[in-house]
Ligand binder design. Sequence first.
Ligand SMILES: NC(=O)c1ccc[n+]([C@@H]2O[C@H](COP(=O)([O-])OP(=O)(O)OC[C@H]3O[C@@H](n4cnc5c(N)ncnc54)[C@H](OP(=O)(O)O)[C@@H]3O)[C@@H](O)[C@H]2O)c1
Length: 304
Amino acid sequence: MSQRIVVTGAGGMLGRVLTDQARRAGRQVLALTSSECDITDLESVRRHVVTGDVVINCAAYTQVDAAEADEDRAYEVNAVGAGNIAQVCAQTGADLVHVSTDYVFDGVFDGDRRPYEIDDDTKPINAYGRTKLAGEQAVLAAKPDAHVVRTAWVYKGGDGTDFVATMRRLAAGDKAIDVVDDQIGSPTYVDDLATALLEIADGRIGAPVLHAVNSGVASRFELAQATFAAVGADPERVRPVGSDRHPRPATRPNYTVLAQERSVAAGMTGLRDWRDALVAAISAYEGKTTAAGKGAAGQLPSTP
Ligand SMILES: NC(=O)c1ccc[n+]([C@@H]2O[C@H](COP(=O)([O-])OP(=O)(O)OC[C@H]3O[C@@H](n4cnc5c(N)ncnc54)[C@H](OP(=O)(O)O)[C@@H]3O)[C@@H](O)[C@H]2O)c1
């Protein structure tokens, strides 16, 4: 019989998609929002996890800019909270899949830059990255057989506030927009990430650290242009600018492409190319809104 899946951070973007996908696959899921299980409270975590579960930790302090002024709180959630889950899993005999980030890397290379592999040296350059790296370390210290899964630039492209969703809304207007072209990474569709996490949770993959991102390479500018194109807007309305034109409280690394090769060699199914995933995300959203529109029309009172 397959293990029960416990999702922490189940109210977030990834947590919600993962929970839906697991339930649709017929899995038993205990989905815990932050109000149902605060991962910074060891006893709260202990109350929910039993022997034989697999916990997928989607809970995190994810506000990259706010973390600069609030690193203690970010550390409490991203490092202490992650460590709490690992400790409880180790004590109860539950499995653990913990989600981490490309921002554990600095994007600085001695020679030619290349995608980061799972065993490359980490060196975060902002508070969020430091606290997430501390979380990876706390997880593997308390539970060496846990999986730490790094991902990057996650989006759903729906009604939320992720990058693709924002670009989709801007595309519906008629203004030109400036988007940075000197941040380069691995855009990742949240549905594809959830599928990878469920595969990893099945426990047949050997490596403790894995990279789960859509394949290929994109700058924020290219991702914005591709989103405009996918919704039928003119990609030329997106103009490339440097990050210096958009100063933010947290410095972003300018190159954090994650390589999947070693993760695939360890047994993980590689994720599709980011452009195909983006088109799928936009189609899924448009399919849903069209269906909702039809449903609403169907409910209109008929003209007497
Ligand atoms: N989004 C990205 O681009 C991206 C990139 C790389 C890695 N990741 C990683 O992917 C994972 C999922 O991120 P996401 O994009 O789904 O973020 P999200 O939408 O911000 O979700 C994070 C969830 O964690 C919950 N949470 C915060 N503090 C908590 C606590 N103390 N106890 C329990 N739950 C708590 C939040 O609940 P409240 O809202 O109620 O506080 C929220 O539901 C995180 O580990 C993140 O670091 C994301």
